[in-house]
Design a protein around this ligand. Structure first.
Ligand SMILES: [Zn+2]
Length: 233
């Protein structure tokens, strides 16, 4: 019976091949979305194990971030880049969810999330979310929430303005550009909480800085940040 089932399974995968979203090779029966080779080759930062790590340093003198980490380095041609591309531009939401689950397990095991109360994904502007159909950071956050056991909060922070690309701006211009982009809609719910903000990729850190800036206006709030990848400057 098992043999027949396996045969049927092989037949189905001939018609609908299951391919790795990082390298495009065929997946084995026990692999999900990412093949084992790609899974072990993701260049992890392990910043969640290191105080004063480079992601934390990115926010020094800008805003009061409790802890900061990123799952992987966002190198050119790297597997994580391909995976995030599939998530954001090809709409493969499960990739975000799966990577969130994987990273959430590491965060939980290391104690990084032990004193965190809530997970909030960086919101997209409603018009952008309509266009894309979903918020990639929300799917990463769903995975993180699943393995850390933390509550996901999707309604208390909103993006109220569209911002353009920020890579070529000075720090002051970037700050001007992000100030007033986000708004807290339910500060009562967030009062006294330690919030883990989640983004897909950290580059300049200014988006997270703008989000954190809004959240930190709430009484007794603590903010930590994390992302699937950090761009190496
Ligand atoms: Zn692969």
């Amino acid at each position: 019976m098992n043999y027949l089932y396996d045969l049927w399974d092989d037949f189905i995968s001939l018609l609908f091949p299951r391919l790795c979203y990082a390298c495009g090779n065929h997946l084995l029966r026990n692999e999900r979305l990412i093949c084992t080779h790609c899974y072990i080759s993701i260049p992890r930062t392990n910043y969640h194990l290191t105080a004063d790590n480079p992601v934390e340093q990115l926010f020094w003198g800008r805003c009061q971030i409790c802890k900061a980490s990123a799952f992987s380095f966002y190198n050119k041609g790297s597997r994580i880049r391909k995976l995030i591309h599939n998530l954001k531009y090809k709409g493969i939401r499960e990739v975000g969810y799966e990577l969130g689950r994987i990273y959430g397990q590491s965060l939980k095991n290391s104690g990084f999330t032990a004193d965190v109360d809530l997970i909030i994904p960086v919101p997209l502007h409603p018009s952008k979310q309509r266009k894309r159909g979903f918020n990639q950071s929300e799917y990463i956050s769903k995975g993180l929430a699943e393995t850390t056991g933390l509550q996901l909060e999707l309604k208390s922070l909103e993006r109220i303005a569209l911002s353009d690309t920020q890579t070529k701006r000075s720090r002051y211009e970037r700050w001007m550009n992000v100030e007033g982009i986000f708004a807290v809609t339910d500060s009562e719910k967030l009062k006294g909480k330690h919030i883990l903000l989640v983004d897909d990729v950290i580059t300049t850190g200014s988006t997270l800085e703008a989000c954190a800036g809004e959240l930190l206006k709430i009484e007794n709030v603590k903010v930590s940040v994390t992302a699937l990848a950090v761009a190496v400057q």
